[in-house]
Design a protein around this ligand. Structure first.
Ligand code: NDP
Ligand code: GDR
Length: 362
């Protein structure tokens, strides 16, 4: 049997890296789209790359951009994928308030461009399409927990753009009989999560504070509640959704909810530190055992409209796909904290001895 071909947009991101690894393990030929940047942006996938000069590599990268139809059409025409995973997006909710038009272009129209490319190339019956939809669609929640039938109420330019992408995916499925589906994924994290999302910001900063590399961590709304899972578990479901007889949309979540403050407390305890919270609202602060302020609120991180609470009900994925999340909240926190502590130890050595002193230390 010929090996299956997958194309991943957003392959350089957190999910793209885990998904590429997962599909390569399954024997796929994997193509990824990366955009041109002035510095390398492939750190997360460098270990998967094989030099085309020395192997016939099953992992191939192409330059393209979600805002550029012609590049998308060319890549899909060249690679003729059996499965497309549309993960590329300006994925930061707070940034979407600063760059709403660009966010709509890449996140909403980007999905349309990929779907149209499949149609223009006459590949509607060959190519299956996965859209990275999000729990942010629920925004101002209308029902708890949230499931596939819960009404949407987006609260940011990011979520509004993703709402368009959600519905255009449904529309192409219904209008053209395409196998196209939405994974409505709740927050998922990992040691390779972007450093400005709250979980990674916390593990990175607290590890640095522990080693004396940083004094304080500034956060926004620490009362926000989220349903946090592990990215490694969630990409398996992205693949499973494309292996069914019929294309359908699925919620993926752990069904457990914690606040940002709970996440801070869990990381503090994982790192063997302690924290004492004092004060209210913007004046609330967290102190360590020596009385040093290690967490404070900076209102600059508040969002014009906030999503206060999200909690998912993944019963449909459990019963129809047999999917269950494997990693617990505590295990997720531990993996992220350990990884950032190692990085902080490395940074400390460099600060104390310079790069030369590290030579030969591996
Ligand atoms: P990341 O921000 O880590 O990765 C986003 C990827 O999209 C990166 O590879 C980025 O490239 C790429 N990208 C951004 N803009 C463009 C563009 N204009 N053209 C081409 N590529 C572009 O996100 P995640 O991996 O965390 O998330 C993957 C997808 O899932 C996103 O669509 C996100 O919105 C969605 N999602 C994520 C959830 C989560 O909790 N992680 C939950 C629900 C949905 P570069 O590396 O160059 O920046
Ligand atoms: P989110 O993730 O907006 O849910 O979107 P993020 O980690 O950015 O925020 C989660 C919650 O934490 C609060 N918060 C802070 N957030 C950040 N980034 N920085 C802070 O300093 C801070 N302090 C408090 C936020 O206000 C929010 O309530 C993520 C992205 O991956 C999306 O692409 C994805 O669709 C959703 O998850 C599901």
């Amino acid at each position: 049997m010929n090996k299956k071909v997958a194309l991943i947009t957003g392959v350089t991101g957190q999910d793209g890296a885990y998904l590429a690894e997962f599909l390569l393990d399954k024997g796929y030929e994997v193509h990824g789209i990366k955009r041109r940047t002035s510095l390398f942006n492939t750190d997360r996938i460098d270990h998967l790359f094989q030099d085309p000069h020395v192997s016939d590599g099953r992992f191939v990268l192409h330059h393209g951009d979600m805002t550029d139809s012609s590049s998308l059409i060319r890549i899909i025409q060249q690679t003729r994928p059996d499965e497309i995973y549309n993960l590329a997006a300006q994925s930061h909710v707070a940034v979407s308030f600063e760059e709403p038009e660009y966010t709509a272009n890449s996140d909403a129209l980007g999905a349309l461009r990929v779907l149209e490319a499949i149609r223009i190339l006459g590949m509607e019956k060959k190519t299956r399409f996965y859209q990275a939809s999000t729990s942010e669609l629920y925004g101002l929640v209308q029902e708890t927990p949230q499931k596939e039938t819960t009404p949407f109420y987006p609260r940011s330019p990011y979520a509004v753009a993703k709402l368009y992408a959600y519905w255009i995916t449904v529309n192409y499925r219904e209008a053209y009989g395409m196998y196209a589906c939405n994974g409505i994924l709740f927050n998922h994290e990992s040691p390779i999560r972007g450093e400005t999302f709250v979980t990674r910001k916390i593990t990175r900063a607290l590890a640095r504070i522990k080693l004396g590399l940083q004094e304080c961590l500034y956060l926004g709304n620490i009362n926000a509640l989220r349903d946090w899972g592990h990215a490694r578990d969630y990409v398996e479901m992205q693949w499973l959704m494309l292996q069914q007889e019929q294309a359908e949309d699925y919620v993926i979540a752990t069904g457990q909810q914690y606040s940002v403050r709970d996440f801070v407390n869990a990381v503090v305890s994982e790192l063997g530190m302690s924290i004492r919270w004092e004060g209210d609202g913007v004046d609330e602060k967290g102190y360590d055992e020596k009385g040093q302020c290690i967490v404070a609120i900076d209102p600059r991180y508040f969002r014009p409209t906030e999503v206060e609470t999200l909690l998912g009900d993944a019963s449909k994925a459990k019963s129809k796909l047999g999917w269950v999340p494997r990693t617990s909240f505590v295990e997720l926190v531990r993996e992220m904290a350990e990884s950032d502590l190692k990085q902080a130890e490395f940074d400390l050595k460099v600060q104390e001895h310079g790069h030369k002193a590290l030579r030969g230390q591996g």
